[in-house]
Design a protein around this ligand. Structure first.
Ligand SMILES: Nc1ncnc2c1ncn2[C@@H]1O[C@H](COP(=O)(O)OP(=O)(O)OP(=O)(O)O)[C@@H](O)[C@H]1O
Length: 266
């Protein structure tokens, strides 16, 4: 276990004072954000608050204008998704980007196929795909050779998450993974999200669903109009306070200490 896998240690990712504009429009204003190993950090905020933009800065898709990006405590330059992947940062988007006409193994290794010489090592990929799914206690998928088009929404989300953790990821960012799912499938995906953190990964969960946020997160980071309104321990806040943070950018009865994520430990 490396230092970053111990939740008692510092954040895996720490962003300080991130500013980001698109042309004349400033979308992120001095945003500080931390994610910790072994924890689920829910990133919440109203439509247009800047959640996707922040995550795309973390994933190297958008360069930010100013601010610092620290990984395991050291400053890094993440200028492309490849840089982010090299650090072990993977983003699973809501629209998933799985190829329907390919099977689970082909999807999980798409663009990063294992080869023996010039030949695809189908057996090794099959085994690793099955191992990864089993390691995440995913039992709903019958065969790793199943076409992705035949999977349910929850199974697709599961495959997309398994694909992200296949590459020794340290940080997995999930963009609204339950948005299109029914009750039972949402439950399965949330359990998987929790297991990822329990295995030592740092998980960021973008969500509009307060029930999901409170069911699975350890911390909540609330963006309001491109500013970080608060980062708090989930156990230190109520639904009503989080809703206030999202809709008004503050919560009257939330202490400054907590708003800075330094709330008293229970
Ligand atoms: N490529 C872009 N060019 C110009 N403006 C952009 C671009 N991407 C995002 N924006 C603007 O930045 C702001 C924040 O958008 P962003 O998608 O980050 O919000 P969000 O919190 O993820 O919202 P939602 O919950 O609706 O997905 C919005 O006003 C949006 O119009």
């Amino acid at each position: 276990m490396t230092a970053s896998e111990n939740p008692a240690d510092g954040p895996v990712i720490e962003l300080r004072g991130i500013d980001k504009s698109f042309g004349p429009v400033q979308v992120l204003h001095g945003v500080d954000f931390e994610v910790h190993a072994g924890e689920v950090t829910a990133l919440v905020g109203d439509n247009g608050a800047g959640k996707s933009t922040l995550v795309k800065c973390i994933g190297g898709i958008h360069p930010f204008d100013s601010g610092e990006y620290l990984f395991d405590g050291s400053p890094v330059h993440v200028g492309s998704p490849r840089d982010a992947a090299a650090l072990g940062v993977e983003i699973v988007y809501q629209d998933l980007a799985l190829a329907d006409n390919l099977d689970i193994v082909q999807n999980m290794f798409l663009g990063r196929e294992k080869k023996r010489g010039l030949i695809l090592d189908e057996y090794a990929m099959e085994e690793l795909a099955a191992e990864t799914l089993a390691g995440l206690s995913v039992r709903t998928v019958k065969s790793v050779r199943q076409q992705v088009s035949s999977l349910s929404g929850g199974q697709r989300q599961t495959v997309a998450i398994a694909k992200a953790v296949l590459w020794n990821s340290k940080v997995v960012i999930l963009d609204e993974p339950t948005a299109a799912l029914g009750v039972a499938q949402t439950q399965q995906v949330l359990e998987l999200v929790r297991r990822l953190a329990d295995k030592g990964l740092a998980v960021v969960l973008i969500s509009h669903n307060m029930n999901d946020v409170f069911a699975v997160s350890d911390r909540i980071a609330a963006l309001y109009l491109g500013r970080m309104a608060a980062q708090v321990k989930t156990r230190d806040v109520t639904h009503a306070q989080v809703v206030e943070l999202i809709t008004a950018g503050r919560s009257g009865d939330l202490g400054i200490q907590q708003a800075n994520g330094n709330g008293a430990k229970a």
